[in-house]
Structure formats: structure tokens, C-alpha cells
Design a protein around this ligand. Structure first.
Ligand code: CTP
Length: 403
């Protein structure tokens, strides 16, 4: 999944021959999961039709402050368009449009929307080689950079004039790759590594039976996705589950038993900045695992159990720089028990689920949690979907790194 998935992109097209390439650009943005709205300058409509772009973007295309051909024409609100966008790209940006952007010369909807936009703005210039090198164009680039805009440099090659040199608009694939790389480099958890445990563990009784629990793994997988969306590299160590992850930043390590989960956690813990124990690890396992299937014989059957290793406790004992988060599922004396676990397991934050709260716990799509930190600050949260709870947990981690 790309960082552009779900992003709202406002594409401004000005009047250069490269405008014909914006059809591919819109397609690539849509393929990356983005929502696209297009604003064209009047001159650009000579190079690519609004119909092509509205078909590809699945949205109306705007080019003036109102639609002249409509009887009860509505005003096209440039402020709304500018504020709607998560990012704006002007491609191709002609010398004329660059100059208007730098001076605030607001004589069309594209410039009005540009001046209203609060999001990151990218500019992909396109013009002939001498125009591209002209001091006036270079001055426009400097001014736009000083406004915080990002220039996607033109490429070299054959130009519409027949000359060859620098000035061709960057190829649509390169524009998209540039924006993705730029967005990724600015994600708040870029460069951070997070270990997450998820799901149940299965403790074998014999080759066909085990002791397990009802954990679906959803909470841990949701936390992993929220972390990856923020740019963190995730090591997700999960017991048996039906949950799937296809994010390139998530490395999934599948385990079965508490001992396997313990070993995997200790393999990776030293390299991570944060560890979150969301797994429902079995507290006990059979002392003896039968090598053959146990036959039914007597009326009663007893399995002797021994304690598994407490993974979170063991991580708390060796932690150095790591921010350590645990979960607690309690049915009584919730706050006091959770505070006790913070101290016993040397945690920085605990996410408390009370089974007394409706919609909390296993097998539900929702969760109602209370955060308690190591200073015992208590923050009860609303009942939310598990992915919204995951985002709340990641907000705590962001705050830890950025405050
Ligand atoms: N945990 C773990 N390894 C275990 C047991 C629990 O890593 N063997 C982690 C869980 O992932 C959770 C936290 O410890 O983050 C709390 O687990 P919980 O079962 O609520 O508490 P326990 O410490 O097992 O205490 P008790 O069952 O006595 O309440």
C-alpha cells in the first residue's frame, strides 16, 4: 500500500504541450489509491480535454470560477478546493503560471486555489530549454521554494520546439515516485523500528490438540498498520490468526507457542525503539507433550501445566532505550492491577481493557481502553473501533518521540 492511498490530490494543469501527459498522471494517482480533483487553466484545454480528465479522475474538472455553459451556474469554490487537498501538484507548470504563482497574480481558478491551499504543493515545470534557464524562471523557482513549495525538476530530452535539452516535464511515473518518496521521508515515525506481538499462542497437548484462547489478533495487526502508515518499520510477531498484512514496512513473523514468541521477541528486541505486547500469550502450558495422539481411556483426564515465560516482563528487565507498552485485561480492581503491572513489568504505558466495558476485549471490532503511563496519569478513552484505538496508541508513541 502506498502513502498516497486515501490521499486527496488537487492537480492543477497549465497550458503547455506536456498537459497531454496528465492523463497518465491522474491514472497513476488513482491506481495508488488517491482521490483526484483537477483544475485546468483555460489555455490547457487546448492540449488535453476536460472529459478525459474527468473520466479518469471520476470527478468533475474545474477551469473557471463558474461553469458558463450551465444555466444556473454554481460558483466553483477555490477555497474549498484548496482546503480539500492533502497535496496539490501543478503539472505542467508553465513559465507564465510559475510567474503568477510567485506574484499572486490571481486571474484564474488554478492560481486562486493555489493561494488558498494549506497543504504541501509540488510544482512540475515544463518549458523550452532557454526559458527553463532564464533568470526570471530561476527567480520563480527560488521564490516558490521560499514559500515552502517543492519543485520536481524538469527532465532532459527532445522538446516540442524540436530542440533538445532540459525542460521536459518529469515523466508521470517519476512525478509519482518523487511525491511518494518525499511523503515517506517526512512521515513522523520514519527511521523508527517497532516490535509488536499479536494474536493467541497455542500450547500443544499432543500432535493434534492444543490449549489456546479466543484472541483474533486484530488489535495487534491494527497497531502494526497504524505504525507502518506513519513510516515505522514493524516487526510483527504473531500467533495463529486469520489477520493479513500486506504493507511493505511490516515484517510478519509467525509463531505458534509462547516459547516461540519469546524467542522471536528476544531476537529482535535489541534493534527496536518501541515494543508493544498486544498478544494474548498463554500463561500456562502442558508440562509433557504427548508424541502420539492421546487415546480416550479413563473417564477423567488431567493435564499438568507449568507457567510459560512472561515475555513482556522479560523485555522490561532488559530494556534500555525502548519505549515499552503492555496490555492488561482486567475484570476487577482494574486501575490498581494495571498500575501494579506497570511497575512489575517496567512499562512506559499500559493499555487497560476492562471486561466490564461493553464492546471491549476479544472477538469484537471495537475496544474501550484506558491509558495509564509510568507516572500513573490515567486517560480513559471512548469506545472506538480497534483501528481507531490503534491510532490513539500510535499518537502516544509520536508524542513520546516529538515532545
Ligand atoms: N504477556 C506476555 N507474556 C506472557 C503473558 C502476558 O508478554 N506470558 C503480556 C501481554 O501481551 C500483555 C501483558 O503481558 O501485554 C499483560 O498480560 P495479562 O495476562 O493481563 O497479565 P499477567 O501479567 O499475565 O497477569 P495476570 O494474568 O495475573 O493478571
Amino acid at each position: 500500500m502506498s502513502v498516497l492511498n486515501g490521499k486527496k490530490i488537487l492537480l492543477g494543469i497549465s497550458g503547455g504541450i506536456a498537459a497531454y501527459k496528465t492523463a497518465s498522471l491522474v491514472r497513476l494517482f488513482i491506481k495508488a489509491g488517491a482521490h483526484v480533483q483537477v483544475i485546468m487553466t483555460p489555455a490547457s484545454k487546448d492540449f488535453v480535454t476536460p472529459l478525459t480528465l474527468s473520466t479518469l479522475s471520476k470527478n468533475p474538472v474545474y477551469s473557471s470560477f463558474y461553469n458558463e455553459e450551465e444555466q444556473d451556474a454554481e460558483w466553483n469554490n477555490h477555497v474549498e478546493l484548496g482546503l480539500w487537498a492533502d497535496l496539490m501538484i501543478i503539472a505542467p507548470a508553465t513559465a507564465n503560471t510559475l510567474s503568477k504563482m510567485t506574484n499572486g497574480n490571481c486571474d484564474n481558478l488554478l492560481i486562486a486555489s493555489y493561494l488558498s491551499a494549506k497543504c504541501p504543493v509540488y510544482v512540475a515545470p515544463a518549458m523550452d530549454l532557454d526559458m527553463y534557464k532564464h533568470p526570471s524562471t530561476l527567480a520563480s523557482f527560488s521564490a516558490l521554494k521560499s514559500f515552502g513549495n517543492t519543485i520536481i525538476s524538469a527532465e532532459s530530452g527532445e522538446l516540442a520546439s524540436g530542440l533538445s535539452g532540459e525542460g521536459r516535464m518529469a515523466e508521470p511515473e517519476n512525478i509519482v515516485a518523487f511525491i511518494i518518496a518525499d511523503f515517506e521521508s517526512k512521515l513522523p515515525l520514519k527511521g523508527k523500528k517497532i516490535l509488536i506481538t499479536a494474536g493467541p499462542t497455542y500450547e500443544a497437548i499432543d500432535p493434534v490438540r492444543f490449549i489456546g484462547n479466543h484472541s483474533s489478533g486484530k488489535m495487534g495487526f491494527d497497531i502494526a498498520h497504524s505504525a507502518a502508515k506513519l513510516g515505522a518499520e514493524v516487526i510483527l510477531i504473531s500467533g495463529p490468526t486469520n489477520c493479513k498484512s500486506n504493507h511493505s514496512l511490516i515484517k510478519l513473523i509467525s509463531v505458534v507457542s509462547a516459547q516461540e514468541m519469546y524467542d522471536a521477541c528476544h531476537t529482535y528486541f535489541a534493534q527496536v525503539d518501541v515494543a508493544i505486547a498486544a498478544a494474548a500469550v498463554a500463561d500456562y502450558r502442558p508440562i509433557n507433550v504427548a508424541t502420539q495422539k492421546i487415546k480416550k481411556a479413563s473417564d477423567q483426564f488431567t493435564i499438568e501445566l507449568e507457567k510459560t515465560k512472561d515475555i513482556l516482563l522479560s523485555l522490561g528487565q532488559i530494556k534500555e532505550k525502548q519505549f515499552l507498552i503492555g496490555f492488561a485485561l482486567e475484570t476487577e480492581n482494574e486501575i490498581e492491577n494495571a498500575k501494579g503491572k506497570i511497575q512489575k513489568k517496567n512499562l512506559d504505558l499500559i493499555v487497560l481493557n476492562s471486561l466490564q466495558d461493553e464492546g471491549a476485549g476479544f472477538k469484537t471490532a471495537t475496544n474501550k481502553v484506558t491509558f495509564i503511563d509510568r507516572e500513573f496519569n490515567i486517560e480513559p478513552m471512548e469506545l472506538k473501533s480497534k483501528d481507531a484505538v490503534a491510532d490513539d496508541i500510535l499518537n502516544k508513541i509520536k508524542a513520546y518521540f516529538h515532545e
